[in-house]
Design a protein around this ligand. Structure first.
Ligand SMILES: Nc1ncnc2c1ncn2[C@@H]1O[C@H](COP(=O)(O)OP(=O)(O)OP(=O)(O)O)[C@@H](O)[C@H]1O
Ligand SMILES: [Mg+2]
Length: 283
């Protein structure tokens, strides 16, 4: 089944002068077609300002399309009466964990989401416990979120979304403000959620190494989807990626250099182990 689907989605921000009058529009997302199936792990890449966050905000109807259509779990997000269903189907995790944590105690924070959905109290506590276990933060349930590390805060934010039991989680650069340890914590958490709860995950990131396991990658540039394919397909097109000012995983670049110098190595190498295997095969 389709979890997230768009057809020629366009979004234009209004430009205003100092008095607040609309003086024009700027197109941030331009005729984008997405097709995300239930349970998939999808990555969205793109340079700064390419429209990734604007697109992501459509998935739980923070924004609605200027033109075209977005369906989430079969619901048209432009229809006001679907708002509740859409918000229940898709949860968002943003870049800055500090802006997402509102409770003064971890477990209270995680409970806010389900409480807002009108979940009965007994079930809220059950969900809070389960979600905190799923992100490996149960032993911090009585702590103050302020004292946690960035990675831990982000895991609490993820638990808050998980507690709402969405079918789809959208993470908009969840690791951008974290140190390498925090980044690993968050990614492991997301991976575990996918395995245990079969949730659909849409990950926006600037870190190429985070997307090698994706089922599909979309690359955005100037509001358009300019590339679409499996990680292997996408990372085989090194020059094209560079033209969109994107990095390529280090190991992919190294393999590419070796190939240019005449070694018989296939394109689209994504992991160190694969390169080692190919090199051993040559000798
Ligand atoms: N609230 C806003 N009002 C007007 N223009 C905006 C607004 N938010 C974003 N934009 C513009 O829309 C375009 C797309 O921005 P968006 O934030 O979606 O990009 P992004 O790919 O998420 O970038 P980044 O990698 O920096 O997060 C940019 O040109 C940006 O300046
Ligand atoms: Mg963004």
């Amino acid at each position: 089944m389709d979890m997230v689907q768009t057809e020629k989605l366009v979004f234009e921000y209004e430009k205003r002068d100092e008095e607040g009058n609309v003086i024009g529009t700027s197109r941030a997302v331009d005729e984008v077609d997405l097709d995300v199936k239930e349970g998939q792990f999808i990555a969205i890449l793109g340079h700064n300002g390419s429209g990734k966050s604007t697109l992501a905000k459509h998935i739980n109807a923070i924004l609605v399309p200027t033109e075209g259509t977005m369906w989430v779990n079969g619901r048209n997000t432009s229809e006001p009466e679907e708002l509740w269903n859409v918000r229940q189907s898709a949860g968002m995790v943003f870049q800055n964990p500090d802006n997402q944590i509102i409770g003064t105690v971890v477990e209270e924070d995680v409970g806010f989401g389900p409480e807002n959905l009108g979940v009965p109290t007994d079930e809220i506590w059950q969900r809070v416990e389960e979600s905190l276990k799923a992100v490996g933060m149960i032993e911090y349930r009585h702590h103050s979120p302020n004292k946690l590390s960035g990675g831990q805060k982000q895991r609490v934010a993820i638990a808050g979304v998980v507690a709402m039991e969405p079918k789809c989680i959208v993470l908009d650069e969840p690791t951008a403000m974290l140190d390498p340890v925090g980044r690993k914590e968050v990614l492991k958490t997301v991976q575990k959620l996918r395995e245990q709860k079969a949730v659909t995950v849409i990950l926006i990131t600037h870190y190429m190494e985070e997307v090698v396991d994706a089922d599909k990658i979309y690359v955005m540039d100037h509001g358009h989807v300019v590339m679409e394919g499996t990680p292997r397909e996408i990372f085989s097109r090194v020059e094209e990626l560079k033209s969109y000012r994107l990095d390529v995983p280090q190991v992919t670049l190294l393999a590419d250099e070796l190939r240019k110098r005449g070694l018989k190595i296939p394109s689209g190498i994504l992991r160190k182990e694969e390169l080692v295997e190919e090199l051993c095969r040559l000798s």
